[in-house]
Design a protein around this ligand. Sequence first.
Ligand code: S3P
Length: 424
Amino acid sequence: MKKLSVRLKGEMKVPGDKSISHRAVMLGSIAHGKTVIDGLLTGDDCISTIDCFRKLGVEIHLDGDHVEINGKGLEGLQEPNQVLNVGNSGTTIRLMLGILSSLPFHTTVIGDDSIAKRPMGRVTIPLKEMGAKIDGREEGKFTPLAIRGGGLKGIDYISSVASAQVKSAILLAGLFANGNTSVSEPEASRDHTERMLQEFGGFVETDGLKKSIRGKQTLKGANINVPGDISSAAFFLVAGSIIPDSEIRIKNVGMNPTRTGILDILTKMGADIMIHNENDKVMEPYADITVRYSNLKGVEISGDIIPRLIDEIPILALAATQAEGVTVIKDAEELKVKETNRIDTVVNELRKLGANIEATEDGMKIYGKSNLHGAEVNSHGDHRIGMMLAIASCLASGDTHIQNSEAITISYPGFFEQLEELKK
Ligand code: S3P
């Protein structure tokens, strides 16, 4: 029997932006003086960052989403007597490798089973070129990694991938290196590191897709307000668009233009999205967003918009199952090296629910519109797959059981509680 989906209605706030939260803790830890952060994401990934910097001797006080850091500069960091464990967090390991490469002592870095499969050569190769000594599995291309840094020299690096993690690792190493460092990427990736470095008194130059940083800079502590994470809001933007009769207002969502590809694509699909109370006079712009149910149509998602919505592709794939016509996602091979191979996990899990979806070399094709039905599905430990499946289950007839749904706390503690609240 067809279960009627429960409409979602109400006003909500999503937790702090994950990318900005990591960077605030890291820059606060290597700056001189006090850093105060409000609205920090307290998901498992950011707690891993805090834990690593505490092991490096940084005093970090966490009270709810309020953080105070007593920064003593890069020189204040101490050789840890324990392994640094990044858990599931790719941003923690890649950005931290940039900082560890400047430290004249030994550190060892590990992560969970997913991190062990993710490519680290994309950061360890340029960092070794700058002079860091990094060893590890497959010549430093995979964890566990051992680093002995210090005495770096600036390089001009051309990255073959549009990755903010690669760009940020190199810029952070360049901050303390001798001479200038630059990194160029094929398309623009998120620019939170560049924006935040300025907030801490640092200086990064932008020339199109090339970012340059002068070495031997000193950062000063800062006050940082973290806006809501648009990648978390994305689950509710899609839920509101595909569940009949829904209307959701999400307050204080980060609107950095390098992250708003989801809004462009949903609008192109015919979603009913309104943006209010925009504030773009701050380091990271934010706004309130209202979404209402509407009829969607299939679109092509490809080219330079991909880095602007890379983390939203799983939930956009679900939106496409409810859109009239075909949605083609191209140029997204980076999905294969995320927390899971997100081409495979999205296709396999959505198929279990009855979606008409196929994997391609660099993305997927989705044929809408499908009636989804309940099934036994699995997040495979990937937070964004878990949340996409939870939204899919609101629409599917019958019961859906999500295995490994606890992974959602990696980026969104309180997700299920907020979802239930919107059903009331
Ligand atoms: C992130 C960058 C992106 C993104 C990840 C967070 C960041 O990864 O997928 O969730 O905070 O810099 P890549 O830099 O590998 O594209």
